[in-house]
Design a protein around this ligand. Structure first.
Ligand SMILES: NC(=O)c1ccc[n+]([C@@H]2O[C@H](COP(=O)([O-])OP(=O)(O)OC[C@H]3O[C@@H](n4cnc5c(N)ncnc54)[C@H](O)[C@@H]3O)[C@@H](O)[C@H]2O)c1
Length: 692
């Protein structure tokens, strides 16, 4: 065995050379790997006894992509292209031996080899689009030559992985290896040599791309198909253009096009934001004062109190991963209703083909309804999801403190109430924590884990790990009204309502935020949630537009009317002259002289209060780091990931610019606009949230 670099060894098995990559944890294509490949291959090529070269990785996976820590730094040679050209253009057959995941640059390396073999469990994909990029080392040109443009479009724009069955069918791999991968790959290499098989270069395979040439409708149709999901993103469109280039241009020109588009994306604000966000999510799992080796509580069973909107959805998360759930309600009717909703949800998923009818039954079997709180006694964690009422929640926590076994986690799904106050009614505040799921709880990926003053490290560590187990992205936050997400949302709502009094219409405000990249603006969102949340007829005094709408029976989408009017068939919303009149009357009643309000002001007035609140949240230590706030907003509230999150976005605008504008607003509109101390300090020092 010869060490070529620290990350690549060259071994010999008879007349087959093995290039062995060892760059834990995922064998990323770091400089040492690229250099090892180029130099190792040269050594193998020069050795007259070597007749074939097998590329194989140590550890848990084949090369799982580029080393993204090298992005943004000056390139250090050799480039990935050099390695790829060497593998493809060399005089001896090259064979990639794949296990784990061949992703991004790793998949491109594999496609440059003349042959590919893989273990059955291997997976493949181009996740670049998720980082605002495209496969920039020939992937977009080679992939469609094997799988055809249609499937290539899906693979590069979704970023999703696929398995060996498809890979074998489409010729992406030549063989599935049973048993030891290296042995199997060497045997395959010997076969290639002894049968004198050709050096297959994917670049020279043209039938599938040529068949699509002169058929622009393929791309038009595909663009239509992904339009909604990819709205606002650059990278999906750029990936499509690359596949188009593969179809319409000779290989080398296609590569040049791919390079040009890759460079443009790499330099774009969007990709910078998406790459930042990628790290932000990983960072959120790290808690400075809760060490990684903190002992965890074994969670094998879950109790849930309340089978309403949230309780049912929360239960599904656990049943989905095979954890038994006991769920309680006030009475049989409420319990039956709640369980019926859960079943309906599962059946809908089964209908769409994402789970089998058998899965529906298996998951329902894991959820047991009961009216007896005593049945929660042995649960390892109990999550309360009853009405948002402090007295009720306290009563329930006294009860479960009595009933639940020692060491069980007692969690509340409150959206805004004081977790410390709830914990204080128990004899074990160290076991109490907030687990703030978002609606619909079985779908939304965010979980705000709310740490009380006395919550123990074990309970925090267990909750973070449990979140991961059920596929959530958790952000640890402290206790304050509304925690991170809802607290920041509040200020946006206040300003949105002021804007419509001062001169904008609800749809003007919504349009600006939609264009910014949110799935919908605040008024459409209120209509969706129901305008009557927290509203009561008896105490309603027509003091806000929302109150008046509710009084008129306009409760939002569910009544077909709210801030908008909804088409009963398509549910499409349109501005309503009735609301326009109401808004005008309201301004008059309040003595506000309406004026034209530009889009820029709408955006600033809606988003700067969020940035300011985010600064206060950091100041108070409610969030550990600014990137956690971004994780909350991207995952829980539809902040467009290509703008990184509110704090990243604020940095990209410039905190000094934001503070200057807030000073102006403070003059005009009062102290709501006073910049937080931290915000002003960072702005004065010319810093950002990410670089304090
Ligand atoms: N709906 C949301 O979007 C959302 C999002 C995050 C958090 N939350 C929070 O989740 C909690 C539940 O909200 P929801 O929207 O599911 O409300 P919901 O009204 O849909 O459900 C509450 C359920 O609790 C039941 N319940 C009331 N008292 C009970 C008791 N003593 N024992 C057992 N069950 C009892 C009710 O019968 C009802 O089915 C609230 O604290 C809310 O603030 C809601």
């Amino acid at each position: 065995m010869t060490a070529i670099t620290e990350m690549v060894d060259l071994e010999r098995r008879g007349n087959v050379a093995l290039l062995v990559i060892d760059n834990p944890p995922v064998n990323a294509l770091s400089q040492g790997v690229r250099q090892g490949l180029v130099e190792g291959l040269a050594v193998a090529n020069e050795d007259p006894e070597v007749e074939a070269v097998v590329l194989v990785c140590r550890g848990r996976t084949f090369i799982a992509g580029a080393d993204i820590s090298e992005f943004g730094k000056p390139p250090s040679p050799p480039s990935l292209f050099e390695a790829i050209d060497g593998l493809e253009a060399g005089p001896k057959p090259t064979i990639a031996a794949i296990h784990g995941t061949a992703l991004g640059g790793g998949f491109e390396i594999a496609l440059a080899c003349h042959y590919r073999v893989a273990v059955k469990s291997a997976r493949f994909g181009f996740p670049e689009v998720k980082l605002g990029l495209l496969p920039g080392a020939g992937g977009t040109q080679r992939l469609p030559r094997l799988v055809g443009p249609q499937r290539a479009l899906e693979i590069v724009t979704s970023g999703n992985m696929f398995g060996t069955d498809e890979a074998l069918d489409t010729g992406l791999i030549d063989k599935i290896v049973d048993g030891d991968l290296t042995d199997g790959a060497v045997a395959f290499a010997v076969e290639v040599v002894s049968e004198n098989r050709p050096l297959v270069k994917i670049r020279d395979i043209h039938d599938k791309v040529e068949a699509a040439r002169g058929k622009p409708e393929i791309f038009a149709e595909f663009r239509r198909k992904i339009a909604r999901k990819s709205r606002g993103f650059m990278a999906p469109e750029y990936n499509v253009r690359c596949i188009e280039a593969a179809v319409n241009l000779p290989f080398d020109e296609g590569i040049a096009k791919e390079q040009e588009l890759f460079r443009e994306l790499l330099a774009s604000d969007q990709s910078a934001a998406q790459r930042y966000y990628f790290f932000a999510e990983r960072q959120a799992a790290k808690i400075p004062d809760v060490p990684r080796d903190t002992p965890q509580i074994q969670i094998e069973s879950v109790g849930i109190i309340g089978a309403g909107t949230m309780g049912g959805g929360i239960a599904m998360n656990f049943a989905n991963v095979g954890l038994p759930v006991t769920i309680t309600e006030m009475d049989q009717a409420a319990l039956d209703r709640g369980l019926a909703v859960v079943r309906k949800n599962y059946e809908r998923t089964a209908k769409s083909g994402r789970i089998s009818p058998d899965d529906v039954e298996k998951r329902m079997d894991l959820i047991t309804g009961t009216l007896d709180y005593g049945d929660l006694a042995d649960c390892d964690i109990v999550i309360e999801a009853v009405f948002e009422n402090m007295e009720l929640k306290k009563k329930i926590f006294v009860q479960i403190d009595e009933i639940c076994k020692d060491g069980a986690i007692l969690a509340t799904n409150t959206s805004a109430l004081d977790v410390n106050e709830i914990a204080a009614v128990t004899r074990r505040p160290e076991s109490v924590i907030g687990l703030h799921f978002f609606s619909p709880a079985n779908i939304m990926r965010l979980l705000e884990v709310v740490r009380g003053e006395k919550t123990s490290d074990e309970v925090i560590a267990t909750s973070m790990a449990l979140a991961k187990r059920i596929g959530k992205i958790a952000a640890l936050v402290g206790v304050c009204r509304g925690f991170v997400g809802n607290r920041m949302l509040y200020g946006r709502g206040v300003e949105a309502n002021k804007l419509i009094l001062e001169g904008a219409m609800p749809w003007d405000v919504d349009d600006v935020l939609y264009e910014f990249g949110f799935p919908m603006g605040p008024f459409a969102m209120s209509d969706l949630a129901g305008l009557d949340i927290g509203w009561q007829k008896e105490t309603s005094t027509s003091s806000t537009i929302r109150e008046v709408l509710c009084e008129q029976g306009r409760r939002g989408q569910k009544t077909g009317k709210g801030f908008y009017v909804y088409n009963p068939e398509t549910r499409a919303k349109s501005p309503d002259p009735v609301v326009e009149k109401l808004v005008l009357e309201f301004s008059e009643k309040e003595g506000v002289e309406r004026r034209e309000i530009g889009e820029e002001e709408i955006l600033e007035r809606c988003l700067y209060p969020m940035v300011n609140e985010g600064a206060k949240i950091l100041e108070e230590g409610i969030a550990i780091r600014s990137s956690d706030i971004d994780v909350v907003w991207v995952n829980g509230y539809g902040w467009p990931v290509y703008r990184g999150g509110p704090m990243f976005w604020a940095d990209s605008i410039g905190l000094d610019k934001i503070v200057a504008r807030m000073d102006e607003f403070q003059q005009k509109h009062g102290d709501f606009w006073k910049p937080a101390t931290l915000l002003r300090k960072l702005a004065d020092e010319g810093k950002g949230f990410a670089s304090p």
